[in-house]
Design a protein around this ligand. Structure first.
Ligand SMILES: [Zn+2]
Length: 436
């Protein structure tokens, strides 16, 4: 089984599906041929024939609603001058497979294919349909999943889905923490526009929009955003606090829940573990500014862009209203920036039979395992399915080694032994969840 999985991931990495432009049909076509060899029919569909999605379905007896195995076929661009190996060669080096997509998301795609093929080969009787979806355009516009939801919902409708976003990591104390992604922060793009009077650079003005924009950005950057826990982050931090390394969280947790003390507690947490802070509050990063055409001309307008990531419990309007209050300048307008909007969703519950199956298999897989629901900082196409009411889980089948995740980075790679055990974990999870 793992030999076949390694073949799939190598072949998929060698198909360049850099988005833009994507050309995901090449990957969809590869999957079609690979599954056809095993007697599994596929359907390629979508609005653009160079960017097709691929769907395959193994039929169960219908006793339960389907399980969707989903992964995206596209990858982000790779600049070969920044890599030590060719990004699409799938080179193997000291136990690692290198290449764009080895982490995000072709490892999962290959694992899904392998599980489907294994069910078919062994003729395992299923209590529910198992659907494989290789979707186009996750990395740029999410047009693949949105098209499928609008035009082919019946083909992907399921009780729950396994997708990307989860990960396993070992702690210093020898615990293996399996992070099941159950919700995610929502990208919220914001544009600030500062207005003022144009003039000669030799005559300073009080309403210089460059200065007003700079001041607005600093005020926003330095302000404390409010703290809210949701069911996922409450469970996650609670579970962490029961691990010796995170004992210090025990005193902080009640303070985080109490509005009066929450900001101080969040700042304390940031000083110890900055990564956890993003779980508590909406974050923002100013990323672009545009102003002026000449060094001796004061412009009449300056524009700044902010990549905010809001908590799923906040609406976009609530965030914009707060940003305006913090900036507190009538000459600076705060509006949503263009581009795609992700839906706000509730965390997927930890009580579904899939979550319970996943927990069982993961706990059995390691002598010192903990399974925790987790909210990711990054967004995935899972949000679109959650918005339709489907429970969606980022399965933590692959182990993250070292501090650096190289997804979207240079020299992206996956450890092959870890890949093999991830495939086996997925196989056991899907068996537990779908076999009769
Ligand atoms: Zn991804």
């Amino acid at each position: 089984m793992t030999r076949r999985a390694r073949q799939y991931i190598r072949d998929l990495v060698r198909i360049d599906t850099t988005n833009p432009p994507g050309n995901e049909t090449a990957a969809a076509e590869y999957i079609r041929v690979a599954l056809a060899k095993e007697g599994i029919a596929t359907e390629l569909l979508g609005p653009d024939r160079t960017r097709l999605n691929v769907i395959a379905r193994l039929a169960g007896n219908g006793a339960r609603r389907p399980l969707l195995l989903m992964a995206h076929t596209d990858v982000v661009p790779a600049d070969p001058t920044q890599w030590t190996v060719a990004p699409f060669a799938a080179r193997q080096k000291s136990g690692y497979l290198y290449g764009r997509g080895t982490q995000d998301d072709k490892a999962l795609l290959a694992a899904h294919m392998t599980v489907l093929v294994e069910f078919k080969r062994r003729g395992v009787p299923l209590a529910r349909d198992v659907i494989l979806l290789g979707e186009a355009d996750e990395e740029a516009g999410s047009t693949g999943i949105q098209w499928l939801i609008a035009n082919a919902w019946a083909k992907i409708d399921a009780e729950f889905a396994i997708h990307e976003g989860g990960y396993a990591a070992d702690t210093a104390a020898g615990l293996r923490l399996f992070h099941v992604q159950t919700c995610e922060k929502i990208p919220t793009r914001v544009r600030l526009t500062a207005q003022g009077s144009a003039g000669h650079g030799s005559s300073p003005t009080t309403d210089n929009p460059v200065v007003r924009l700079a001041r607005a950005l600093i005020r926003l950057n330095d302000a404390d955003q409010p703290v809210y826990l949701n069911p996922t982050t409450r469970l996650y931090l609670g579970a962490l606090s029961r691990i010796p390394q995170y004992e210090w969280l025990r005193d902080l947790l009640p303070k985080l829940e109490n509005e009066a003390g929450s900001l101080a507690a969040a700042n304390q947490l940031r000083s110890r573990e900055p990564e956890l802070e993003a779980m508590l509050r909406t974050t923002l990063s100013p990323t672009m500014i545009e102003a002026g055409v000449k060094i001796n001309v004061i412009p009449s307008v300056a524009v700044g862009f902010i990549d905010a990531r809001r908590l799923p419990t906040e609406t976009r309007d609530e965030v914009l209203v707060r940003f305006r209050r913090i900036i507190n300048d009538s000459l600076v307008t705060v509006e949503p920036a263009g581009g795609q909007q992700m839906p706000a969703t509730e965390p997927s519950p930890t009580t579904t039979s899939l979550y319970v199956s996943m927990e069982k298999v993961l706990l059995e897989s390691h002598s010192n395992a903990r399974v925790v629901p987790y909210m990711s900082r990054g967004a995935t196409d899972g949000a679109f399915l959650r918005a339709k009411g489907m429970a969606v889980y980022g399965a933590p089948i692959f182990l993250r080694t070292g501090p650096d995740s190289r997804a979207h980075g240079n020299d992206e790679r996956i450890e092959l032994a870890g890949f093999d055990s991830g495939v086996q974990l997925l196989w056991r999870i899907v068996n537990e969840a779908a076999a009769r």
